[in-house]
Design a protein around this ligand. Structure first.
Ligand SMILES: [Zn+2]
Length: 498
């Protein structure tokens, strides 16, 4: 039945924000027409219309969004050697010694976290394990890449004893590694999207570093219809976007449907925590001159945001350290731009209420807080800003928008909700429990509008919906992480389930 258009969902219970709008706390029938919710009535009162989807008491929620995804990188991650469990440089090198070669004769691993390794990555260690096979290890945060001598030569870099590239040169390597045959890439993206739909996802923000409009025009024309997409535009493409008249919210030109739309200008203003390049007010431990890097100075950032705003483009500004967040907020205040700060991982206390005051969305990745708890407590221990201040942002009026930054963490809004509500993933106590958000906020932040302007299950709302086996606002951490989604609909059309 996937692909068919549903007329009536029978016997559903409604979770989260929609409940207060309903005539009953019991089961309801939901009538869909022309891609929107036409009516909601107590179960079995009105005759079903059109194709019927039996909910059998499952919980109906607004369809979920992931507000920060690198689509092709995430799709390709499935083919790469996972390195998240590597506990040292030597261990990571050993894993790559046994990894499978890709079709083009290279090996790619992804997801290592070297900040807490006792040993230092060196070319000798990696070359001894991997020999002449060009081998690439991508950091979990994607802001650094460790290459062996064969890979460095292939990419035109002089071997330097360590083999680690950071920031710009690392992004360039990632870009080349995602430059795969189009039909192979599109097939992987299609599979990724079906997996996302099976988790209740109806849409995502694609921040691949490319001219994304033509990629989505092509995918939609070849039948992609599993998700809505809002694609970002990087500064190197801003002049082209303005010249061609792209505006935020416009559908991709020439596409077979309106599922893919122009998103925001994406600007990366600083580095990351794991690579120790996030721009911070205090130096990194043992490295007294390292305050991170500002990839874009405040003047340059304001110029970019002014140009985007004048052309009708919203902004998505990557800022991880407290200095980068201050600069980004200043630029929003100065330019009147509309948009988000991506990550907001370390925020000065005085800056936290500015998100709400300025109407700047906080596009955050709750799983990173859990992934980075030990790293934050060590290499950011001397910082005065608040790390991962989700609750403080929410309490001061910021619109929270949850995402995964896949491949940095898996594209799974249930994991994001669990991390935001419980701030743990194992049997350890919650990390900085005062920053937990409540379940209704977490669910709202996982919908298109975010915690302040959440999608609701109500008449007139888009029929972007998911049915899940439990009430997500009353589920435990483990229940959230293992949530079964029985059906997902985009504009009333089934993208998952039967
Ligand atoms: Zn990202």
């Amino acid at each position: 039945m996937t692909g068919s258009t549903v007329g009536t969902i029978t016997g559903a219970r409604v979770a989260g924000g929609g409940r207060r709008l309903l005539p009953t706390d019991g089961a309801v029938d939901v009538f869909l027409a022309d891609g929107v919710i036409a009516d909601i009535a107590p179960a079995s009162v009105l005759a079903p219309v059109g194709e019927v989807l039996r909910a059998d008491g499952a919980w109906l929620i607004p369809g979920l969004w992931d507000h920060h995804v690198h689509v092709l990188q995430w799709a390709l991650a499935a083919q790469r050697e996972p390195l998240g469990h590597a506990h040292s440089a030597a261990h990571a090198a050993r894993i790559m010694a046994d990894a499978a070669d890709q079709a083009d004769g290279r090996r790619v691993g992804t997801g290592f976290r070297d900040a807490l390794w006792a040993d230092v990555p060196t070319l000798d260690v990696l070359d001894a394990a991997t020999g002449d096979i060009p081998t690439y290890l991508i950091n979990a945060d994607v802001h650094s890449v460790w290459l062996n001598t064969a890979a460095l030569r292939r990419e035109g870099h002089e071997p330097d004893g360590i083999g680690i590239l950071r920031e710009g040169p690392a992004f360039e390597i990632s870009r080349r590694l995602t430059d795969v045959d189009v039909s192979v890439g599109d097939a992987l993206v299609g599979r990724m999207a079906r997996d996302a739909a099976a988790r209740g996802v109806v849409g995502l923000v694609d921040l691949d570093m490319a001219w994304n409009e033509s990629a989505w025009e092509r995918r939609l024309s070849r039948g992609f219809d599993a998700l809505r997409v809002e694609f970002g535009i990087y500064p190197e493409y801003l002049d082209r976007a303005i010249a061609e008249g792209l505006r935020t919210g416009d559908p991709a030109r020439g596409a077979a449907s309106d599922l893919a739309r122009v998103g925001s200008l994406k600007v990366i203003t600083d580095g990351s925590l794991g690579t120790r390049t996030a721009a911070c007010s205090h130096a990194y431990p043992g490295d007294p001159h390292n305050h991170g890097v500002l990839a874009v100075d405040p003047g340059g950032l304001s110029e970019l945001m002014t140009a985007a705003t004048g052309a009708g483009l919203s902004c998505a500004i990557h800022a991880i350290g407290d200095i980068a967040n201050s600069n980004a907020l200043d630029a929003y205040a100065l330019t009147g731009a509309v948009g988000t700060i991506e990550h907001a991982q370390l925020v000065a206390h005085a800056d936290i209420p500015r998100f709400g005051r300025l109407g700047v969305g906080a596009s955050v990745q709750p799983e990173h807080a859990v992934d980075d708890r030990d790293l934050t407590d060590s290499i950011w221990a001397q910082q005065t800003g608040q790390p991962y201040p989700l609750r403080a942002l929410s309490d001061t009026g910021a619109n929270l928008l949850f995402g995964s930054d896949a491949p940095v963490s898996p594209l799974d809004p249930w994991a994001a909700m669990a991390a935001a509500i419980f701030r743990t993933r194992d049997d350890r106590p919650a990390w900085r429990p005062e920053q937990r958000v409540n379940p209704a906020t977490a669910l709202a932040a996982s919908t298109h509008g975010g915690s302040i302007a959440a999608a609701l299950v109500e008449p007139g709302a888009p029929a972007d919906l998911a049915l899940c086996e439990r009430d997500p606002t009353a589920a435990s951490e483990r229940e959230l992480r293992s949530m079964t989604v029985t059906a997902t609909l985009v504009a009333g059309r089934l993208t998952h389930g039967s």
